[in-house]
Ligand binder design. Structure first.
Ligand code: NAD
Ligand code: TYD
Length: 357
């Protein structure tokens, strides 16, 4: 069995990836996560007795720790999910994004490069460093523009997107300059189980369930291309297995939706679960827009389909119904992660005078 060093595996996508990989017995996993506000051991509760999952609390920027883990566990791959990931937080406080997404990713690359150089020839050839990135590095599309393909120019607009773009460039440079066998994936917006309740879909579900306002930024006509998180995880596994070193792969759900449409869909699903509180849509409130808000993202996922045969297994309708059901069934998880830090974030982001809810 292979060994993978997974970073950020206590966050939303990382945890889904680790849980699925362990369920399938694909690899022994060393899970390095700093447990910031976004990382939760509750996400990994199902792995408590799994001896092939080793959790280590620590920073990807801690080179001594990363070097120790690489030497001790001799992984066949590094999969880097660790990041600061919320655009709104990057607007209110960009520094952590520079530190983890740029400096931290560079430290991880440095350690991986040193480790890789010390491997024998065969292990060097099969080693992979997979960097998980976002479609936000490409900037914003007009309504009729073609979807982002891998050769679209980088035009990041938020501090989050800029920090991810910088990391992507460093990953590319480590391949071009030093020959490190890297892979980069640029994915669209994910949704599904274990997503932190400050992101759009879980936030709207939680607020609707509690009869609180549903805060739609601006006119709500900003478009995202939504992908069910399990499909993102299978795409990453596919790229890890068969992707060509040095290449980037765009991953998307072929499901472009305006934010307001998403919120109405959630309201309709909740109406059918809880008719007594219908219509939940009465809770929708338009609030001040996000500064520099990108208008539209859309992914052209033709390359990963053509070269590696991956495409999403779930439609948006299937994925969103499963997601609502998961949040209804897992209120204990929501309560556990809705800690004082989360409450403080809600206060800071939504009670600024201009958002005022
Ligand atoms: P998340 O915020 O839910 O999780 C991030 C995890 O990284 C957390 O567990 C956190 O504790 C950990 N972490 C943060 N800083 C760290 C550090 N310095 N060292 C070690 N661990 C650290 O994020 P997510 O939504 O799961 O996103 C995971 C990755 O996927 C990110 O790189 C993100 O940019 C990318 N991505 C996310 C989406 C999306 O829609 N959520 C879409 C495309 C790409
Ligand atoms: P988010 O989940 O923060 O992802 P991203 O900004 O990385 O795409 O937000 C998704 C969309 O939802 C984005 O256009 C911002 C919008 N949004 C709201 O309208 N209201 C909210 O309360 C939140 C959190 C997001």
């Amino acid at each position: 069995m292979q060994t993978w060093l997974v970073t950020g595996g206590a966050g939303f996508i990382g945890a889904n990836f680790v849980l699925a990989a362990r369920r399938a017995g694909l690899a022994r996993i060393i899970n390095l996560d700093l447990l910031t506000y976004a990382g939760h051991l509750e996400n990994l509760a199902g792995l408590k007795t799994d001896r092939d999952h080793v959790f280590v609390q620590g920073d990807i920027g801690d080179e001594a720790l990363v070097t120790k883990l690489l030497t001790e566990h001799v992984p066949d791959a590094v999969v880097n999910f660790a990041a600061e990931s919320h655009v709104d937080r990057s607007i209110l406080g960009p520094q952590a994004f520079i530190q983890t997404n740029i400096v931290g990713t560079h430290s991880l690359l440095t350690c991986a490069h040193k480790y890789w150089k010390g491997l024998d020839r065969e292990a060097q050839q099969s080693f992979r460093f997979l960097h998980v990135s976002t479609d936000e590095v490409y900037g914003s599309l007009g309504p009729k523009d073609p979807a982002f393909s891998e050769d679209h120019q980088y035009q990041p607009n938020s501090p989050y997107a800029a920090s991810k773009a910088a990391a992507d460039h460093l990953v590319r440079a480590y391949h071009h300059t030093y020959g490190l066998p890297v892979l980069t994936t640029n994915c669209s917006n994910n949704y599904g189980p274990y997503q932190h309740p400050e992101k759009l879909i879980p936030l709207m579900i939680q607020n609707a369930l509690r009869g609180k306002p549903l805060p739609v930024y601006g006119d709500g006509q900003q478009v995202r291309d939504w992908l069910y998180v399990e499909d993102h995880c299978t795409a990453i596994r596919t790229v890890l297995e068969r992707g060509r070193p040095g290449e980037t792969y765009n991953i998307g759900g072929n499901a472009e939706k305006a934010n307001l449409e998403i919120v109405h869909t959630l309201c309709r699903l909740l109406d059918s679960h809880m008719p007594a509180n219908a219509p939940h849509a009465k809770l929708i409130q338009h609030v001040a827009d996000r500064p520099g808000h990108d208008r539209r993202y859309a992914i052209n996922a033709a390359k990963i389909k053509r070269e590696l045969g991956w495409q999403p297994a779930s439609t948006f309708e299937q994925g969103i119904a499963r997601t609502v059901q998961w949040y209804l069934d897992n209120d204990a998880w929501v309560q556990a992660v809705s800690n004082p830090e989360h409450q403080e974030w809600l206060r800071k982001n939504y009670q600024q005078s201009e958002r005022n809810i």
